[in-house]
Write a protein that binds this ligand. Structure first.
Ligand SMILES: NC(=O)c1ccc[n+]([C@@H]2O[C@H](COP(=O)([O-])OP(=O)(O)OC[C@H]3O[C@@H](n4cnc5c(N)ncnc54)[C@H](O)[C@@H]3O)[C@@H](O)[C@H]2O)c1
Length: 364
């Protein structure tokens, strides 16, 4: 079996998760080089993880190493151009969230995929837990009945030191606040469970931090299947929690965690406990537990590459999530409900997530 050559760009906070992901491929992927503009950091990282080559120039690394996979963990404002450059160099890409700054950038990535025949997948590791595949299957089979009401909370806490890192807190470099940076995980997860959204009404405000982007957003969402959802994305919540709840016709399904989960994080409550033995048995048939890790996603990406199938977090599903986040911001900054498909070229929100309308920073 082929061993794929991978390189990593960005050796900061999240980079160890990518090293662990490569380890989780059990030899299918070898990390042959890493790159950071901070030479000392790149060298220390490569020494620590026994990676053969440390680089400081991304384009030079692509030319020198000829990788099969590029793992992108640089700041968000660089993701789109780095993804396109990697595909031009003949690699598949696993790029950290958020994948890009706008639907216009996403469509440039799609054009590069078509031009090069390579794929770029966004890191959304919440989709890849084996327990999630089980729950998705139960929803798709209709066993749980119609999803009716949903809750999606990202209640996290980020202090002032977090926003002291220069690329954070700015539209140009972080690309958004807890909507794009933190809640993006749970919202993508919710969309992957409930399917197409049709309308969103939202608010986004900067209540505490002295940053350009929002530090809280809230939204009411309608789904094509008729379900209604209430969303909160916050970095102002000292007791941190990620919470997804689906009230379906036959049962409530809940997932409570922080940053990562396994089978034990799910909770199931049938609507009619005395008549639900079959449903409870179906719920309890969880597969062997693989958590929501970067490694689970990288293994799925290898399988997609070998089968030439579209990764779950590329193409239409990834665009659906980005379109949703864009619509959330558009609703917040225009005060109007925004419907799916309405943000097209020519709309200021197509090229800029805040449409140029984000309010001036409030006092901290
Ligand atoms: N999937 C997750 O759960 C998760 C968790 C945390 C962060 N992230 C994402 O990972 C990305 C990186 O976040 P982080 O917290 O590791 O940031 P970080 O600031 O700790 O690390 C970023 C690194 O990129 C380097 N860098 C900057 N410009 C570069 C360039 N042109 N070429 C090469 N290296 C460059 C920096 O020197 C730094 O070492 C962000 O997009 C973030 O949203 C994802």
């Amino acid at each position: 079996m082929k061993t794929y050559r991978a390189v990593l760009v960005g050796t900061g906070g999240i980079s160890d998760a990518h090293v662990n992901a490569v380890a989780a491929t059990a030899g299918r992927v070898s990390l042959v080089a890493a790159c950071d503009i901070d030479a000392a950091r790149a060298k220390a990282f490569c020494d620590r993880h026994h990676i053969p080559a440390a680089h400081t120039d991304y384009a030079a690394m692509l030319r020198a190493e000829r990788p099969d996979f590029v793992l992108i963990a640089a700041p968000p404002g660089l993701h789109a151009d780095m993804s396109i450059a990697a595909m031009e160099a003949g690699a598949w890409v696993l790029c950290e969230k958020p994948l890009c700054a706008s639907l216009a950038e996403f469509d440039r990535i799609t054009a590069a995929e078509q031009r090069t025949g390579q794929r770029t997948a966004c890191v959304f590791q919440m989709r890849y837990a084996s327990s999630n595949t089980h729950v998705r299957g139960l929803l798709a089979s209709g066993r749980l009945g119609r999803p009716l009401v949903a809750i999606c909370h990202t209640l996290w806490y980020r202090d002032t030191a977090y926003y002291a890192v220069p690329w954070r807190g700015r539209w140009a470099t972080e690309l958004g606040g807890p909507t794009m940076s933190q809640g993006i995980h749970a919202m993508d997860h919710l969309l992957s469970l409930l399917g197409d959204w049709t309308e969103v009404r939202a608010i986004a405000d900067t209540l505490f931090h002295r940053i350009e982007v929002e530090d809280v957003s809230m939204a009411l969402v309608t789904f094509a299947n008729g379900a209604r959802a209430s969303l909160v994305n916050s970095v102002l919540s000292p007791r941190q929690e990620t919470y997804i709840r689906l009230d379906c016709e036959h049962a409530t399904v809940e997932l409570t965690h922080l940053y990562a989960y396994k089978g034990e994080n799910w909770r199931f409550t049938p609507a009619e406990p005395t008549k639900s033995a079959d449903l409870v048995a179906a719920w309890n048939a969880f597969p062997p537990d693989v958590g929501s890790t970067h490694g689970a996603q990288l293994n799925a990406l290898i399988a997609d590459r070998e089968a030439n199938t579209v990764p779950l977090t590329s193409g239409a599903e990834a665009r659906r999530t980005l379109e949703f986040l864009t619509a959330l911001y558009k609703s917040a900054y225009t005060g109007q409900a925004v419907t799916r498909g309405s943000i097209r070229p020519g709309d200021p929100f197509y090229t800029q997530l805040n449409g140029g309308l984000a309010p001036k920073r409030q006092k901290g």
